[in-house]
Design a protein. Sequence first.
Length: 306
Amino acid sequence: MSPGWLLLVVVYLLVAPGILLLGPLAGLLLVARPVSRQAWITIVLAVAWCLLWLAQRDGLPGQFLRAYSVAAIGAWVILAPRAPGKGLRQALLATAAASAVTFGWMLALGIGWGDVQSATARWFSSTLLEQARMAEEVWGEAGPQLSAPLFDLAGQSRMIAQLMPAGIVLLTLAGLTLAWRGHFALAARPLGPAPKPLAAFTFSDHAIWLVVISLALLLVPGATSIPGVEQVAFNVLLVVLVLYALRGGAVFRAGIGRVSPMGIVLYTVLTILMFAFVASGLTVLGLADTWLDFRRRMAPTTGGTK
């Protein structure tokens, strides 16, 4: 099991619902028929984590996320082994299936999407305000400066809640990807071919049309006056641009070749300090790869020269 994978898992568990990683991982290991002690320990711990998380009693946003997570786990365990070489496509299908099941559950209970969104905005705002007050109490005179960004975010909580679908989709894709890679390290008989490295990450060039259509809906006068169009366009655009940023990162990784541990640390620090610049650059690089196919151009040519 690579240290890089373990580090990503720790980061994911700190910032995202762990069930979207641990649940799919336990499911894949069970489908692969675990034989090692390490695999069984992982399954037991993952299932225990998921059950404790599902047992929580909170408001509507938590209920929505729990229903979605259970549906996503089931859809992924069913779909992933059917086409193991097409991980991103299967993950998107599992996300779409889980979304359909969850909205069906909401419809049956008479819950509207606006109800979930409003409850999420209230929860997000109250959580940030509480954290801001704690920062002021702990840090004294420096507290107001440290808490100011949190107060700003709390004021924009409704706008942030409108992007919740994109956030859930991205967290789901990340969790399913980590689960798929993790099951290869733990299963004696993995369910498919080994996943490709980051440098090989790509997807259909036709995805550029999602960017074009989303931008058109946001920029064409009158299009956003249709209820729901603006929110859908923003969420689709955010998901696709993040995927293109990852594609740009794959191109960059393929171009720099072998990296030393010190180089990894340096790149990580630069990314954190200059996140907006790095993210924008990688997104542009990923978009440009649609037409320029940088990795094909970087591939060494075979045969002699005349």
